[in-house]
Design a protein around this ligand. Structure first.
Ligand code: BTN
Length: 266
């Protein structure tokens, strides 16, 4: 026999806590109906001494931040928007590794939900060539020591094409669009946080190598012909590898190996 259990599709601690299998991540959850940006709120909490693993989560963002000063479309009640406060024992120059850890966890959680997710360099997660999730990592550090990292993640779960502005609608998708059915946000969140904690633990214990290997398996960019446009130049070649800072190693037609930083690319 079987039992159908209804899990409410809400993201408040009351609903989330019983679903979580994590030890640190989400042990303290700051839930809001609406916020300008969870990254902004988490950054402030961290400055005020919040602990490793505390999470800010909201039903809606009114000023969601994307990379390179863009906005992150954050309609109410449909998707997942959260920021985790991390206090890793890492030198600041290794902090970018955490973005790759998050990309791997995201792709795996989406795959566990039956979508063929891949990571598009530098750190977009895509289904069928369309962006389904984004990561924005913000760092507070001294030269020798990380104070904290805010790991902000947005996942389009139940947004339909009509929920995105026209300029985004052609390049974005959601998990529910990919699967053709509604997604329970609370269950997805619990699954994602589980993956995230597993990969953060492995990264802490073993280092970057297993993260890099998994990233390469899940990459939509490696082994592909890429055209990289920077402010001043253009580079064409085949993406061969990434390094620990998330830089892409590109083999040009001339045979040289060029290192492309995420920050260089539009
Ligand atoms: C990107 O441009 O790809 C990064 C998008 C990151 C969006 C998430 S949503 C939760 C968190 N709070 C923010 O303001 N941004 C991140």
């Amino acid at each position: 026999g079987y039992r159908l259990v209804d899990v409410p599709d809400r993201l408040s601690p009351l609903e989330l806590a019983p679903l979580l299998s994590t030890h640190d991540l989400g042990q303290s959850i700051h839930f809001h109906e609406s916020l300008p940006s969870t990254n902004e709120a988490a950054f402030r909490l961290a400055q005020d001494g919040a602990e490793h693993g505390e999470v800010v989560i909201t039903e809606q963002q009114t000023a969601g931040r994307g990379r390179r000063g863009r906005t992150w479309v954050s309609p109410k009640g449909l998707n997942l928007y959260f920021s985790a406060i991390l206090r890793p024992e890492l030198p600041p120059q290794r902090a970018p590794e955490l973005t790759l850890v998050a990309a791997v966890a995201l792709a795996e959680a989406l795959r566990e939900a039956d979508a063929e997710a891949l990571i598009k360099w530098p750190n977009d997660v895509q289904i069928g060539g369309r962006k389904v999730a984004g990561i924005l990592t913000e760092l507070s550090a001294e030269p020798e020591r990380v104070h904290f990292v805010v790991l902000g993640i947005g996942v389009n779960l139940n947004a339909g094409p009509e929920d995105f502005p026209p300029e985004v609608a052609t390049t974005a998708t959601s998990l529910s669009q990919a699967l053709g059915r509604r997604v329970n946000r609370a269950l997805f969140t619990a699954s994602l946080w589980g993956r995230l904690e597993e990969w953060l633990d492995l990264h802490h214990e073993v280092g970057f190598d297993p993260v890099r290997e998994r990233w390469k398996e899940l990459s939509a960019t490696l082994r592909q012909e890429v055209l990289v446009r920077t402010d001043r130049s253009e580079l064409r070649g085949v993406a061969e590898d990434i390094d620990a800072s998330g830089a892409l190693m590109v083999r040009t037609a001339g045979g040289s190996l060029e290192r492309v930083l995420a920050g260089d690319v539009e």
